[in-house]
Unconditional design. Structure first.
Length: 255
């Protein structure tokens, strides 16, 4: 489910489910919406597991219709963003406090501004190779309330761009792994312990001197590029405010 040729049938079933649960409280526009489904391309599609029944909806479009048990979209614990979405729009899943698991299919290219802002229950997330940009405030959380610990980028061939405040105030963030980073803007991270950057070279890489606004992480890179990374950091960060650069082998030897 989630492909365009199944969308209409799915929402017909969803409408029947809603009618059984809430009777005449069903949005009268639902029938018109169902009739118009073929005109819509899937955008921000989410998956809800409720009473062992998988339901799917378009984020921001069916929010008023999905409240089949009185809990509504704030009860969502897992979402799957399908490749048909292309990009995750601005504020798409903002304030979903119970959201724990996010699966993003390869084919999604960008996470929009504030897309997961205040989704404080997410503990880990992996971005496929197709994702090249994380926009400002995408995973911003109010101070001390975020559970995000691990972030992994599988690496876009053109380089990963992390915009300002993308992971701001994620105070429990321990490890970020980026395959082929291109840009890390100012205030991208508040607290980060370890940053792994697996680039072939440092050419074209830009890391803002204010990228790490809290503690300075240890940055692990390929052993043969340690001195290149140190030169890059030294050229933009003030002395005494520079993250430590170590080779991958040093991390392995310390384990």
């Amino acid at each position: 489910m989630g492909k365009e040729n199944n969308v209409k049938d799915f929402f017909v079933d969803l409408a029947d489910t809603i009618r059984r649960k809430v009777g005449d409280k069903v949005d009268e526009n639902l029938v018109d919406i169902i009739d118009d489904i073929p005109r819509y391309k899937p955008k921000n599609m989410a998956t809800i597991i409720e009473n062992n029944i998988k339901k799917e909806f378009f984020g921001g479009f069916f929010e008023d219709v999905v409240c089949v048990d009185g809990t509504g979209i704030n009860a969502i614990e897992k979402i799957t963003v399908y490749k048909e979405c292309g990009t995750i729009k601005e504020g798409a899943y903002k304030n979903l406090k119970n959201l724990k698991t996010v699966e993003i299919e390869d084919g999604v290219t960008e996470v929009g501004k504030d897309a997961f802002r205040e989704c404080s229950s997410i503990e880990a997330i992996t971005f496929p190779q197709s994702v090249w940009s994380i926009q400002s405030g995408a995973f911003f959380v109010t101070l001390g309330k975020g559970n995000l610990k691990t972030v992994k980028f599988e690496g876009n061939e053109d380089g990963v761009v992390i915009k300002s405040q993308a992971f701001q105030l994620c105070y429990n963030l321990q490890t970020v792994y980026i395959e082929n980073v291109k840009t890390i803007e100012g205030l991208a991270f508040q607290v980060l312990q370890k940053l792994y950057l697996n680039n072939d070279s440092v050419g074209g890489v830009t890391i803002s001197p204010s990228a790490f606004s809290g503690n300075l992480p240890t940055i692990y890179v390929r052993d043969e590029l340690v001195e290149n990374w140190r030169a890059l950091i030294n050229s933009s960060f003030e002395e005494g405010k520079r993250p430590t650069i170590k080779g991958f082998s040093e991390e392995i030897n310390n384990q």
